[in-house]
Write a protein that binds this ligand. Sequence first.
Ligand code: G3I
Length: 355
Amino acid sequence: MSPHVRRAAIAAAAATLVAGAVYGSAQAQEDTSQGPSVQQAETLRDAASASGRFVGTAVNDGRLYDGNYSSIVASEFSSVTAENVMKWDTVQPSQGNFNFSGGDRLVDFAQQNNQQVYGHTLVWHSQLPSWVSNGGFNAEQLNAVMENHITEVVSHYAGQVAYWDVVNEAFNDDGTLRQSVFQQTIGEEYIANAFRAADAADPNAKLCINDYSTDGINAKSNAMYDLVSSLLDQGVPIDCVGFQSHLILDQLPSDYQENLQRFSDLGLEVIVTELDIRIQDPADSSDLQRQAEQYQQVVSSCVAVSGCAGVTVWGISDADSWVPGTFPGYGAACPWDEYLQPKPAYDGILTGFGG
Ligand code: G3I
């Protein structure tokens, strides 16, 4: 067995163990107050665990103080991703000054609730402070800056973060490499260098490359497929590919599962990392029903692919979603509404996991 395939096999086994451990703490208990035969409703994390997968959400640091919000995150999810507070502009806003307070808060929350932490993200062109993007570094200097950031962050969280999005959004939609400061200054080898630095800092963390609009088979996902195949051939320590899955109602690619499968067939884990399904305003009940069906299809695609480790939704509530700010005229993308009431999409996810 080659090193990368062995690494992926270990990772898949560990994911199953994590899911099992989480299930043990959160499974439904009998509600004796209403008679011995009445059970509490099954949660997403129960259903995901029973299917050997994790179910996660992005967590907005500023909302963790709201008890209604945090109790949903705690009870329904087995994995948490920091929506913003582990990104470069928060963690190292100026050179050599590291701020782990928000990330540490999420790690503490996850440990209290027996959850996995999914680290997001180490190397990304966005939310990158100007001291990096406009720093005037040459290739050697920028590579050292990048590797130092990765080393500091990954070692700070070593043993506490299960997965890292090491490189985020490296591609343009046409499949060419995005001309980020890393690509322009260092060249394509920044990607392999980033994975090697992360692996050195925490050999047990699973290391992913993550992107959007790679959810179906298209020029961008073909380029991702070629890149990860080449990284594996070079022995670069990559374990997983993240499919963000920021979808539009009624536009779920018909080859979604086939696309996950071909990456899984390389011996990598695949993960749905940032799922939401946005709807043109105003969303009516028929839209919400179709949205539920499409959430279910995404989740059942993950369950049908042996290498798919889990599904993370990009926020629980429509009140906190990034969608309306970025796509005016669209919203209602999340499984809970703005009053933190579950939408039909919630049942779609539950059913997708076999619940
Ligand atoms: O931190 C500042 C704060 O100091 C300031 O007062 C405030 C004023 O607007 O802005 C705050 O920064 C915002 C940041 O979120 C933290 O809340 C930015 O304006 C806002 O643009 C930023 O948006 C985030 C976005 O990434 C940035 O690209 C979203 O919350 C987050 O959901 C979104 O997540 C990304 C993933 O990381 C990668 N994939 C796509 C996904 C959606 O864009």
